[in-house]
Design a protein around this ligand. Structure first.
Ligand SMILES: O=C(CO)COP(=O)(O)O
Length: 143
């Protein structure tokens, strides 16, 4: 599965600790992250991460583009509910695209935990069907 991890500054430490706690699970998947979040995860959790641009410089939109192409299976986006952000429209756009594609999103640590536990249990098999369908369509074998 392809998992996107994003955290606003006030939530980065919380996300890194979460990733360390579940490193066994995250290590079995492909992790994408916005710039500064990804750098912290690489540095502190020692996890392999595909890093995109910093959120305020387009990283949220890059994750959004992957979501729009149905390339991302789950998003953990720990937002700071107490801060106003210049790039708030990018955040809103990303969450909207997750709803468009029906991609599970966790915006706080409690939901993130439920999401990771369900990932561990294999509850994301339905996303594999989507990936297989995309390969099938790309190969031009559809009727
Ligand atoms: O701003 C962000 C999400 O909106 C996060 O971006 P960074 O991971 O680059 O700090």
């Amino acid at each position: 599965m392809n998992i996107a991890l994003i955290a606003h500054d006030a939530k980065k430490e919380e996300l890194v600790n979460f990733v360390i706690a579940y490193s066994g699970v995250f290590g079995r998947h492909t992790v994408f992250a916005t710039g500064a979040t990804g750098a912290m995860i690489v540095e502190e959790a020692k996890l392999k991460v595909s890093r995109l641009k910093p959120g305020p410089l387009g990283g949220d939109q890059q994750i959004g583009a992957l979501v729009a192409q149905n390339e991302i299976d789950a998003v953990i986006f720990l937002r700071d509910p107490l801060a106003a952000l210049a790039h708030e429209p990018d955040v809103t756009a990303l969450l909207r695209l997750c709803d468009v594609q029906c991609v599970p999103v966790a915006s706080n640590i409690a939901t993130a935990e439920l999401l990771v536990k369900s990932l561990e249990r294999g509850d994301f098999a339905w996303r594999e069907v989507i990936h297989k369908y995309k390969v099938y369509k790309r190969s031009g074998t559809e009727g």
